[in-house]
Write a protein that binds this ligand. Structure first.
Ligand SMILES: Cc1ncc(C[n+]2csc(CCOP(=O)(O)OP(=O)(O)O)c2C)c(N)n1
Ligand SMILES: CC(=O)[C@@H](O)[C@H](O)COP(=O)(O)O
Ligand SMILES: [Mg+2]
Length: 644
């Protein structure tokens, strides 16, 4: 601690054990300093600020009452864990947050023993905590288990599956519901209304009679509220809260920013609980930082910003983002076609559907964090005759996979999947990478799979999807800005399964699928300077493949490289499968697939991540150069391409 430190209490905390030496008043001071530190830190890195500010007191209280890492603290999503990182030995590294080689923006087991469970996709915490609790019951060296889940995350089915199971197992387990009445956007649905209903009863604590032991140990005002509320609740048919019906003891709502209430409640719960307990904390997203509290998005995710004003440093863009193009174009298409409806799973802004929602609020459905339901809901809409566009980020669509197989593809229903964040996304890292959708969709019967080579192609693919009433169809596009091509006033309906040749060359060909087309063209430019002329084709479709195009590329070139922003087992695998079956592989051509490598790539800028993946223009050029060298030593007559 320096004499003029603005964080004298925080300076005394190197790890959570140090909290045990602080009295309650000092813990309150610590929370204030931790909030200040979090704001300062995130102002220099950007990140998920609002959610982290909402759990500052909760973080201090949990680490002070429980003994982590023996006790397992599991943050749902993990985007609110910055104060936790600061208290658990990572304070000095916070400047590296979400950067290459730095700290992850989420909890990560390989990063710290205090990160009991890795996260970033939501609503997993109660299941994982219950797993730990049962491990303890079966003799594993595990202490108490505490899951902290938000009001947004608790809209997902997994949370209820876990509570259903926890109520059945009756094992001691703490679930802390961090209710800030916000998801990324304002929360939707009956659960949100229900939680608001409880919170509106005021500073009450509701407990079942079975929890009398905990209630007696609660601080005075909370206990009195509990008794009043229980009287209210027992007058209701069925009695008790929803959580109690699941077999949890329910405590709350308590003020999640009142250190006294938090400490007393957690201590009481820890001392007396025998089964699953849910503690309902009401908090404020962005708490304690006026620009965040005042913003519509509560500074959920921010760029670097000026602490004094809250003004964020936004990078200048040269072209509209794919997301913007999607949102604007779908709105225009919806204006002409009343059957077009759209579905988002709690990401109206992120998917660009907020634009259409403002114009056609009744035709955009925010289903909450419920990708599985969203997919099947879209299937139902399609079965009814509507034209649903189900807009879900690639990585979150993984949640709805069986629904895609069983409810959509198997019934051949024309759901249009708009798959944003395809490929590597940058600072959110491996958890948010859109790596697998090509493989998991292209393997499905009835499915059509497209990827946009640029933003104009996205517009054509949207028109194609809208016109495709024959079965399910997906189009993928990356995070961030487009390449700056002119966006056509009208999208053309593409012929299904038909690619295009973008640039004519000799001897070597690249068959690109998706937005890495720009890198393919850059690579071709690099090689042209060396006198190596490369044909570049845009496959547009991974399913059905343009087999005629592949045949011609194979016939006219000595080497073919496939390229995609996706994992092994995607587009390249489809092409190889076709060539193996058609005999194309027997023709002695050199064939390579360039995909993401078979590993998870940690957070960095997208460019750094693609460099790590070996997918830069220079990497592509190097692959082709190597093939050109091999061809020179081959006795193959290399016909000039006849492609246009
Ligand atoms: C399966 C999944 N879908 C969507 C998201 C995107 N997402 C991240 S945080 C968030 C909102 C979470 O709200 P809440 O749990 O209330 O936490 P808060 O941000 O309010 O603290 C969403 C939708 C995700 N991480 N995982
Ligand atoms: C935590 C989370 O899952 C989201 O907040 C995510 O970080 C959003 O990413 P985009 O910025 O790509 O919308
Ligand atoms: Mg919330």
């Amino acid at each position: 601690m320096t004499p003029d430190s603005r964080t004298p209490t925080l300076d005394r905390v190197a790890c959570p054990a140090d909290l045990k030496r602080l009295n309650d008043a000092e813990l309150t001071l610590l929370a204030d300093e931790l909030r200040h530190e979090t704001i300062e830190t995130v102002s220099r890195t950007g990140g998920h600020l609002g959610s982290s500010l909402g759990v500052v007191e909760l973080t201090v209280a949990i680490h002070s009452v429980f003994t982590t890492p023996f006790d397992k603290l599991i943050w749902d999503v993990g985007h609110q864990c910055y104060p936790h990182k600061i208290l658990t030995g990572r304070r000095e590294q916070m400047g590296t947050l979400r950067q290459k080689g730095g700290l992850s923006g989420f909890t990560k087991r390989s990063e710290s023993d205090y990160d009991a469970f890795g996260a970033a996709h939501s609503s997993t915490s109660i299941s994982a905590a219950l797993g730990f609790a049962m491990g303890r019951q079966m003799g594993m060296p595990v202490g108490d288990t505490i899951a902290v889940i938000g009001d947004g995350a608790i809209t997902a089915g997994m949370a209820y599956e876990a509570m259903n199971h926890a109520g059945h197992l009756k094992e001691r387990l703490f679930v802390i519901l961090n209710d800030n009445d916000m998801s990324i956007a304002p929360p939707v649905g009956a659960m949100s209304a229900y939680l608001n209903g409880i919170a509106e009863k005021g500073p009450l604590a509701v407990l079942r009679a079975a929890a009398e032991g905990i209630e007696a140990a609660l601080p005075g005002p909370v206990r009195d509220g509990a008794r009043r509320a229980r009287a209210l609740v027992t007058g209701m048919p069925g009695g008790g809260t929803l959580f109690e019906q699941f077999g949890f003891e329910y405590i709350g709502p308590i003020d999640g920013h009142d250190m006294g209430q938090l400490l007393a409640t957690l201590r009481a719960a820890k001392a007396r609980a025998s089964g699953p307990v849910l503690i309902h904390c009401v908090t404020v997203k962005g708490k304690g930082y006026a620009p965040a509290e005042g913003a519509d998005d509560k500074y959920h995710g921010v760029a670097k910003f000026d602490v004094a004003t809250g003004a964020q440093v936004k990078s200048k863009s040269n072209a509209p983002s794919y997301t913007q193009v999607f949102g604007d174009r779908l709105t225009a298409m919806a204006a002409r076609d009343p059957k077009i409806v759209a579905i988002t799973a709690a990401m109206p802004g992120g998917t660009g559907l907020d634009v259409m929602a403002r114009r056609f609020p009744a035709r955009v459905f925010d289903v909450g964090i419920a990708e599985q339901h969203g997919v099947t809901f879209a299937a139902g809409l399609a079965a009814s005759g509507m034209r649903p566009f189900c807009a879900i980020y690639s990585s979150f669509l993984q949640r709805g996979y069986d629904q895609i197989v069983h409810d959509v593809a198997l019934q051949n229903l024309p759901v249009r999947f708009a798959i944003d964040r395809a490929g590597l996304v940058g600072q959110d890292g491996a958890t948010h990478a859109g790596a697998f959708d090509i493989g998991f969709l292209a393997s499905l019967p009835n499915m059509t799979v497209m990827a946009a080579g640029d933003e104009a192609e996205l517009v054509h693919m949207m028109a194609t999807a809208a016109a495709h009433d024959q079965g399910p169809i997906a189009f993928r596009y990356p995070r961030g800005e487009g390449v700056g091509v002119e966006i056509p006033a009208e999208g053309q309906v593409l012929e299904i399964g038909k690619g295009r040749v973008v640039r004519e060359g000799e001897a070597l060909a690249i068959l690109s699928f998706g937005a890495h087309l720009s890198e393919a063209l850059l690579a071709a430019d690099l090689l042209a300077e060396e006198g190596i002329m490369v044909t570049v084709a845009d496959a547009r479709f991974a399913k059905p493949l343009d087999t005629a195009l592949i045949d011609r590329l194979i016939a006219d070139h000595g080497a073919l490289v496939t390229l995609e922003q996706g994992a092994v087992g995607g587009f390249g695998a489809q092409v190889l499968q076709y060539l193996a079956g058609s005999g194309g592989l027997d023709r002695g051509r050199l064939i390579r697939t360039m995909t993401l490598p078979d590993k998870f790539i940690d957070q960095a800028s997208p460019a750094q991540m693609y460099a790590e993946a070996g997918l830069t223009a220079a990497d592509i050029a190097a692959t082709l150069r190597g093939l050109a060298a091999k061809l020179e030593h081959r006795p193959l007559p290399l016909a000039r391409p006849r492609l246009i």
